[in-house]
Design a protein. Structure first.
Length: 312
């Protein structure tokens, strides 16, 4: 396939940020990784990717998030996604990506993964490569554990590295209030701290299994659409190491629960803290209370759809 003629056409795709409402991490494997069992929920905080034809591959960022520290070279995950699709589809042209960021960076909410998923969909549409959803999901899994979920959206169980997905039924709408931290946490650093945490407490906690599973009570609560029931089963193995690395997160969780949250949890590897509220009014009250406490707060709902074309 040869490069397309220059065009002003722009394909606009959105993809959601996510939270992990449940996350168990397996034992450290010989390859240095861990298997996980997680329940993802896609949130109404969306990344916007606009793609247009170009001779090479480039990316620019905008939006309310400080993107000054993000790479814009070939190491950027969105650029890697575009190059991967071009290679697989034997497409000889390039793309310029304008990414409007709304998902916090290094916050455990999968913003970079959402950018990559949106880029796959945008380029597939722009280039006319028409790979289909299953092949795009396969490419997404090559890019990172959270990328397939950003493509799928909704609510899902992830196993393996988190990229083997099974849709999970979730009734109604869940209301979340997210507190953003002023610092980021490195995912590899949090996993390493988990391993150290388990070594320190080897006599106090049950040994981790190699292949964890999602507790059935979580799936029942999601299926029932019951926030009170779900609040009882929010769980994250990475929370303890995240709190150890960033102790202020403990105070954040306490503040949210004092202000009326049903429960609070560190999302993924953190440092974003997600609070579950009973309903829309409770979420608004919680947002106001936490904002008054000088926290940076976003209100969101879930589940929402995965990466999809808005226009173009």
């Amino acid at each position: 396939m040869t490069a397309a003629a220059p065009s002003t056409r722009v394909v606009h795709v959105t993809a959601p940020g996510k939270i992990n409402v449940f996350m168990k991490v397996g034992a450290l494997l010989e390859d240095g990784y861990h298997d996980v069992a997680t329940a993802y929920q896609a949130l109404s905080i969306q990344e916007h990717v606009r793609a247009r034809l170009a001779d090479d591959f480039s990316v620019a960022f905008s939006g309310p998030i400080d993107t000054s520290g993000l790479a814009v070279d070939g190491s950027n995950l969105a650029i890697r996604a575009a190059r991967l699709l071009a290679r697989v589809a034997d497409y000889r042209g390039g793309v310029h990506l304008d990414i409007e960021k709304h998902v916090p960076i290094a916050g455990g909410m999968g913003g970079g993964s959402a950018d990559a998923a949106a880029t796959l969909v945008a380029c597939d549409h722009l280039w006319g490569t028409n790979l289909g959803r299953d092949e795009l999901l396969s490419l997404a899994a090559e890019l990172g554990a959270d990328v397939p979920f950003a493509l799928m959206g909704g609510t899902a169980v992830g196993t393996g590295r988190g990229d083997r997905l099974s849709p999970a039924l979730a009734q109604g709408t869940f209301h979340w209030v997210l507190v953003l931290a002023d610092v980021g946490l490195s995912t590899p650093q949090v996993y390493s701290e988990l391993d150290r945490h388990r070594e320190r407490h080897v006599h106090d906690i049950a040994p981790a299994v190699e292949t964890p599973t999602v507790d059935v009570e979580v799936l029942q609560a999601l299926r029932a659409g019951d926030p009170h029931q779900l609040a009882e089963y929010l769980y994250n193995d990475l929370q303890a190491p995240a709190l150890h690395l960033e102790p202020s997160l403990s105070r954040t969780i306490e503040a949210g629960e004092r202000a009326g949250a049903l429960a609070g949890i560190v999302s993924g590897s953190g440092p974003t803290v997600a609070f579950l509220a009973a309903d829309a009014d409770s979420a608004l009250e919680l947002q106001v209370a936490l904002s008054a406490g000088r926290h940076r707060v976003i209100r969101a709902t879930g589940p929402v759809h995965g990466a999809r074309v808005v226009s173009g």
